[in-house]
Design a protein around this ligand. Sequence first.
Ligand code: AMP
Length: 278
Amino acid sequence: MLIYTKIADLQAFLNQKRSEEQSIGFVPTMGALHPGHISLIASCRQHCQIAVCSIFVNPTQFNDKADLERYPRTPKNDIALLEAAGCDVLFMPEVVEMYPSAPTETYDFGQLDKVLEGRFRPGHFNGVAQVVKRLFEIVKPHKAFFGSKDYQQVMVVKALVVQMRSAIEIVPCPILREADGLAMSSRNVLLTAHERQVAGSIPRLMQAARDILHRQGPGAAKRFVAEEVQQNPLMRLDYYEVCHAETLQLLNDGDPLQNSVALIAVFVGKVRLIDNLI
Ligand code: AMP
């Protein structure tokens, strides 16, 4: 696997591949890789001739400084995992390489970035859009692969590509889960053993809430989740919402549920976890 830290070096290599008509696939990450990330690399390899991964802990998408400092960083292990997965190129820029000066551009994605994560993490999707746009302009992939664990992020990135008038195809990939159903996340390593056990209840809670949702509607499902979370002193709910799967419009009692997604953000101890269920 080739490893680049400089934009110019990466682009020299990719320009060569593009001139040979090779298709380029891209998997942007923040590192601390786990099998969820590796499944994106596998999809990328399946669809494209050259698989490019980036590892960049993007400071502009963290609305909480402590969260940025706590974010796990495991470069040696990441490189070994990517090598084993058959990734062709890894791009690992320093912050100054990506942002020679502090980025100032702002984005508006309408409803998409106002609800859910956008509401509870102000500025988060603006930071995501800043870094994804730069990465897309550097790598110029044919396809880019994103995990559905970050459901709202996939929607925002799709909207970004439209705003950029770019032809990059965004490929959403399924959520990889641990044996107990917990969505794999780089943040899971920050949980204590007891917190990890508690976190395992999140997917079960989502399943139980889905049954209530279909029998009694969003209001009852939201009350159920709020009550269940409140019973565990280690957990604190940011949100549980039922949304239209494409517009992310929040759904209320009486709204049709055919094309809907339930999304949750919950703290377990100090660790904020998200998950969703179509
Ligand atoms: P991150 O490093 O957390 O920014 O994630 C990089 C990419 O991996 C994003 O597209 C995530 O949605 C995706 N990803 C993270 N966790 C999972 C998972 N459990 N299953 C599938 N994709 C994931």
